[in-house]
Design a binder for this molecule. Sequence first.
Ligand code: TRP
Length: 352
Amino acid sequence: MAEIVVSGMRPTGKLHLGNYHGALKNFVALQEKYKCFFFVADLHALTTAYKQTEDLAANSEQMLIDWLSAGVDPKKANLFIQSDVPEVSELNTLLGMITPLGWLLRNPIYKDQLNELLARKYAGQLKGDENTPLAERVKGLADEDISVYGFLGYPVLMAVDILIHKAGLVPVGKDQTAHIEIARDLVRRFNEIYKTEDVFVEPKPLFTEITVMPGLDGHKMSKSYHNTIDLGEDIDSVRKKVMSMFTDPNKKKATDPANPDGCVVYAFHKVYNPDYKKRCEECKAGALGCVACKKQLFELMEPQLTAFSNRRKIFENDKAQIVQIVKDGAQAARASAAVTLAQVKKAMKVTR
Ligand code: TRP
């Protein structure tokens, strides 16, 4: 039997090239080899953005359209929206019962995210640095926004996403390591308490070779840094962005030798140009000016981006097809989830 893969993404609106090269491209490859469940983690979005829910449904749909436009194929992979599978919420309740609070409070991702969210929300008003206890950092400021049960329980819900389909492999970024660890620990704890080995599979993370995609300013590409190129973005806008990318400031003339390390254009060449090593030498030797280098980069990016945009337009104009894909996906995911949920209830003796 083919190994089962589960992965999800929180719907944050339109995806950018960082999302594509960091994760989505990988979904497209994985669907050829494994039985895949890829889902839009809308409940996970609620753990932090529970007050901004106007766009949640639209964002979830937009994300699915991005996946389809990138080549994720509902005939090969199972695509669904997390909240369409109520079995997930039920198992979340059950596994919540056996999750020690300490695991959640010590979760480094929880602490980091809390810090990051607080820093963004209270920019300029936070006291101390990241090592200062949270309660001290936000003294006098309302921190109730993200100090909620749901956010603390993020890893339980994520474990449920994975365990409910008995996935052996979970493609995630290295930043999610602690969450996978909690999922594995929960399996062991469940097995120990209920004296069984037959319900869950202990999942392993599948770290892909990370394509580091910097943003236009050289920092990590991220929506919150406003440095993205979006999938499906107007091609003229992409051209402008590429032509205004940051390069080695020491290179004043086209013939000046330069240092490609730290140059955003070069980082993009690494992703789009199979001959990027040659480009590195040319850059160091001052054999090519930055304008020409950028033009070439844009030409390498254009076919892929245009193909994506064209596919996106087709899906955007075929709402009925999207509705059907989401419906079929939910049905298949629910069938798979129901099997595990029934086994869990039996093991925990919550059936009559
Ligand atoms: N926490 C993941 C992230 O932020 C998203 C996610 C939710 C996920 N549930 C999952 C990833 C289950 C893999 C498997 O990237």
